[in-house]
Design a protein around this ligand. Structure first.
Ligand code: UGA
Length: 462
């Protein structure tokens, strides 16, 4: 199958590479000449584990190429996938579809033969209808159908998620479009991946409903974490006890400083706008958005409390800046409101991230950045573990305790074993664990029970 993918961001790049490895002829199209030139030299615009090798291999086989020439790529394609960005509009949070509709117009100009136009970007319900209108108006002669194939991959494990998804959703009102898409995903169907075939509007909604549900689940466990701190319970054990119920599932039950990234915050807001447009209240999602925003801001208080309530003139080391590990993405990262609030309180910020510092520099003012975590912590009055990168979780606490000015550790990700932390003289603050239960808990981050759970299929799918 010949597939043109318009928009070489996270989703576009990973999709193009994976389709090519399944034997399809994939061409990635982007207007950014610098990006395409770099890709042709094997340089990726994003950090995503395993993607560089996958792309190099696919380019080598001749199944994957990159171009800025939309017309030629579209003319040759059986399937054109739109994977451009849909950022939230500043004025109302609604998904900005300008790039999607611009792509539809360009596609219309170059379609030849029967072509299926597919939205892979996350787009509000009804976007497919509008794309159909745009192409139909511009090219009444064209033979085409519009379908929806939402993508569920996560940053940081995008390649594995794409190649081994929990399910594939194919939304098309046209039988030929449905058949062509099923042929694209045949390699996954053959290995037992469930393929959900549905109408286009339903597929568009499934993506939002799934992301919003996961966001609500995170907000739920985060609120439980607050309650745990007050009643003397341990949120990790609560999550374990809840998650083993297969109706609940263990995924998205890690309490933390609030969800971030380019998807949950944007998609929950866009879904809320859709619901308001249709006069259908989505109160649970609305509350989750409010709770998450408030939580991100409130985390600064935890840090200041841990420092004894006195922030002025002190310095704190923030370890991990990206919204999650294994990515350089800083979009909606909880570290941003945390740092801004700490600065307002008078703290000096030292920061380190294994991959995200270049992006962080563009977003944060008056922060001193360090390539080395120990250097970052050197002389600090407190250390905040913000993102659970493996290399940060395995820091040498003994060495850390020697370089800090005051041994205060705020662990927002349950990255460290509390007993180990205390053994090295640190005062520990974490999430969802009352101070008097922090030592007594029976579930340690490195316990075999938690390890097994983290690597169980349910957890992996999170
Ligand atoms: C999310 C969804 O998980 C993907 O299925 C979806 O395809 C993607 O959005 C998208 O719409 O493109 P992603 O944003 O890459 O993926 O990252 P997640 O791993 O879901 O994490 C999102 C945020 O939630 C992070 O800030 C993370 O730290 C937080 N989180 C996640 C928690 O606080 N607790 C958890 O248990 C899980």
């Amino acid at each position: 199958m010949k597939i043109a993918i318009i928009g070489i961001g996270y989703v576009g790049l990973v999709s193009a590479a994976c389709f090519a490895t399944w034997g399809h002829e994939a061409v990635g199209v982007d207007k950014d000449t610098g990006k395409i030139a770099a890709l042709r030299l094997g340089r990726l615009p994003i950090y995503e584990p395993g993607l560089d090798q996958l792309i190099a291999g696919a380019v080598e086989t001749g199944n994957l190429s990159f171009t800025t020439d939309t017309a030629t790529a579209v003319a040759a394609a059986d399937i054109v996938m739109i994977a451009v960005g849909t950022p939230p509009r500043l004025r109302d949070g609604e998904a900005d579809l300008a790039f999607v509709y611009a792509a539809a117009k360009e596609i219309a100009a170059s379609i030849t033969g029967l072509t299926v136009v597919v939205t892979k970007s996350t787009v509000p319900v009804g976007t497919g209808d509008e794309i159909e209108r745009i192409i139909g108006r511009a090219r009444p002669d064209a033979r085409f159908a519009v379908a929806s194939n939402p993508e569920f991959l996560r940053e940081g494990c995008a390649v594995a998620d794409f190649q081994k998804p929990d399910r594939v959703v194919l939304g098309a009102d046209d039988r030929r479009a449905q058949e062509l898409l099923q042929a694209v995903y045949e390699p996954l169907r053959r290995v037992g991946v469930p393929i959900v075939t549905t109408r286009r509007r339903t597929a568009e909604l499934i993506k939002y409903a799934a992301n919003a549900f996961l966001a609500v689940k995170i907000s739920y466990i985060n609120e439980m974490a607050d309650l745990c701190e007050s009643v003397g319970a341990d949120v990790r054990e609560v999550a374990l006890g809840m998650g083993l119920d297969h109706r609940i599932g263990a995924g998205c039950l890690n309490a933390g400083p609030g969800y971030g990234g380019s998807c949950f915050p944007k998609d929950t807001l866009a879904l809320l706008r859709t619901s308001q447009d249709h006069g259908v209240p989505l109160r649970i999602i609305q509350e989750s958005i409010v709770a998450n925003d408030a939580r991100k801001r409130r985390m600064a208080l935890k840090v200041i409390d841990a420092l004894g309530g006195d922030a002025d003139g002190r310095s704190v080391a923030i370890l991990g800046l990206t919204f999650k590990p294994e990515t350089d993405d800083m979009r909606e990262a909880p570290s941003i409101p945390l740092i801004e609030a700490l600065q307002r309180a008078g703290l000096k910020i030292r920061a380190h991230d294994p991959q995200g510092m270049e992006n962080a520099r563009a977003l944060l003012d008056d922060v001193e950045f360090f390539d080395d975590a120990y250097e970052c912590a050197s002389g600090a009055d407190g250390v905040v573990l913000m993102t659970d990168w493996a290399c940060l979780k395995s820091l040498d606490l003994e060495r850390l305790s020697r370089v800090v000015r005051k041994p205060t550790l705020i662990d927002f990700r349950h990255a460290f074993d509390p007993a180990e932390v205390r053994k090295h003289g640190f005062a520990l603050t974490s999430i969802g664990v009352a101070p008097d239960t922090q030592i007594k808990t029976t579930i340690r981050p490195h316990s075999p029970v938690l390890h097994a759970l983290r690597h169980s299929p349910v957890m992996e799918s999170n």
